[in-house]
Design a protein. Structure first.
Length: 394
């Protein structure tokens, strides 16, 4: 509506009398609007909205964490590879409640959900290694920076109480593994944060579908009143009674398919789905693909239609390991190895063993065949190219 200013010489002319609106006979009309509302971006809200209640986020995290936890690890130093080692014994049973797979699945899951993983060393055995290893929840942990900006302590808050881990001594009681974050010096960036917008869209589309089912999966419509005397306006009492009848007897899944009984002068005008309504399903699928993309999971592995990036399932499975699982395991294993080396007093290295990953067997066989047929290489050079330790000539 436009407004104009009046000068002192002008007189305010009363607005002409208006007749009843042509749309006044429309009793109910479905419409919506408003500004975009995004969910909170803290770790707790993202975990609830993107993992606990979102099937695409849940499956992406579980798929990566379970695959990464099952990857075999190689323990070695500069001289040899170990089949038996105190570090391997510790990782095989890190604490009374978890085995190796459970511990690493929890650690990888925390990194995927929050971008940060915290491993606690509890107790010390004669070898210098911890007696137990425990994964701490990242949403409860906070970093205490010192005057130089480096962390001097970690605070773990539970039930209004805080426990402080001093990081000024050696070895460190906490191993903090974080993802790359370009704008934060202390905390990592999680895939969940990168996929937050797509998660909101996917959750909103699911809520819209649920609301449509609650309304008997039918489009909205309008009840038009045609009075006998030609007037199309209901009295306030008639309007309230009609709205109450609709809400009580013709809405919700309980009333799905129930016929509507209209009194004289009332006519039901159904409204078809608008193009924007019909695009909701495709919007949801596009959001699901974006969520999978943020986590590095080929959409084909999640059963999301419309993705033809990979020729077959096996190729998509190999891409998952090569592009997502192995880089994550390599980074986490290297950090854990360096942290445990401080406790042990001797440097050791942990890295994934791709030779024992079934999904990469075909790719590995081709590499072994190609290197084995290279006659210009010595046996020592072939072993080095294949990532195997040298063999004592004696």
């Amino acid at each position: 509506m436009a407004f104009r200013l009046f000068t002192r010489e002008e007189k305010v002319v009363p607005a002409p009398e208006k007749k009843a609106s042509a749309t006044g006979r429309v009793v109910a009309f479905a419409n919506g609007g408003g500004r975009v509302v995004w969910s909170a971006r803290d770790t707790g809200s993202l975990t609830r909205g993107g993992f606990v209640t979102n099937p695409v986020g849940f499956r992406s995290v579980k798929l990566i964490a379970e695959a990464a936890a099952a990857v075999p690890l190689i323990c070695e130093d500069r001289e040899r590879r170990y089949d038996l080692h105190p570090v391997l014994d510790l990782l095989r049973r890190p604490n009374p409640g978890q085995g190796k797979a459970e511990l690493f699945e929890t650690l990888f899951g925390q990194m995927l959900l929050s971008g940060n993983g915290y491993l606690e060393a509890a107790g010390l055995n004669p070898s210098g290694l911890p007696d137990e290893l425990h994964v701490l929840r990242s949403d409860r942990m906070s970093i205490v920076p010192g005057a130089d900006g480096w962390p001097v302590a970690f605070e773990y808050a539970v039930g209004g109480r805080k426990h402080r881990f001093d990081m000024t001594g050696s070895p460190d009681p906490i191993c903090h593994i974080k993802s790359f974050h370009p704008q934060d010096d202390h905390y990592g960036l999680s895939p969940m944060q990168a996929a937050a917008v797509a998660l909101d869209v996917h959750n909103s589309a699911s809520a819209w579908s649920k609301a449509l089912l609650d309304n008997a999966a039918r489009p909205s419509g309008a009840i038009v009143y045609k009075g006998v005397d030609g007037h199309g306006t209901l009295s306030p009492d008639q309007y309230d009674r009609l709205v109450g009848e609709i809400e009580m007897n013709h809405q919700g899944a309980r009333n799905a398919g129930r016929p509507m009984l209209l009194e004289g002068g009332l006519d039901w005008k159904p409204m078809g789905f608008s193009p924007s309504d019909m695009e909701f399903h495709e919007t949801k699928m596009a959001a699901a693909r974006e969520i999978a993309l943020a986590f590095g999971v080929p959409p084909m592995l999640l059963g999301i239609p419309g993705d033809a990036t990979y020729a077959n399932y096996a190729e998509a499975h190999r891409a998952l390991y090569r592009l997502t699982v192995l880089p994550l395991v390599t980074r986490v294993a290297a950090s854990v190895a360096w942290w445990l080396s401080e406790h042990l007093g001797a440097e050791i290295d942990l890295r994934p063993d791709p030779d024992r990953i079934p999904a990469l067997a075909e790719e590995r066989d081709q590499q072994w065949k190609r290197i084995g047929e290279a006659l210009f290489l010595t046996d020592a050079e072939k072993r080095a190219l294949l990532g195997l330790p040298p063999v004592d000539e004696g």
